[in-house]
Design a protein around this ligand. Structure first.
Ligand SMILES: [Cu+2]
Length: 105
C-alpha cells in the first residue's frame, strides 16, 4: 500500500472512532397482559420503550427500583438505561407480567 493511501485510511478510521455510536430505541410491547419480547438487550444510553396496547394500565418497575415507568392504557413510556447489568422488571398491577433488560457497555 502506498504511504499516501495509508495516511488516508488512518484518518478515515480515526474519524469513524470519534463518532459516538448512535443510541438505539428498543421496543417492548405489552399486550394481553404479556410482555413481548420478555428479554431485551441494550447498550448504555439506549432507550427502552414500552408500548401498552391493553385497555388497563401497566408499569415497568425494576425489582431494584432503577426504573419505574407508568404505562396508561394505549400509551407508551420509556426510560434511558444508564447502568450496566441485568434488570428484572414487573408490572405493579399484574405481578405475573415480567421482563428483563440486559444492559451492556
Ligand atoms: Cu399490568
Amino acid at each position: 500500500m502506498r504511504p499516501g493511501r495509508t495516511a488516508l485510511l488512518a484518518i478515515a478510521l480515526c474519524g469513524f472512532a470519534a463518532v459516538p455510536a448512535q443510541a438505539a430505541t428498543i421496543d417492548v410491547v405489552m399486550q394481553n397482559l404479556v410482555v413481548k419480547p420478555v428479554e431485551v438487550t441494550a447498550k448504555v444510553g439506549d432507550t427502552i420503550r414500552w408500548d401498552n396496547k391493553d385497555f388497563v394500565a401497566h408499569t415497568a418497575t425494576a425489582t431494584d427500583k432503577s426504573f419505574d415507568v407508568m404505562l396508561p392504557p394505549g400509551k407508551t413510556g420509556s426510560t434511558v438505561v444508564t447502568k450496566v447489568g441485568t434488570f428484572d422488571y414487573f408490572c405493579k398491577f399484574h405481578p405475573n407480567m415480567k421482563g428483563k433488560v440486559t444492559v451492556t457497555p
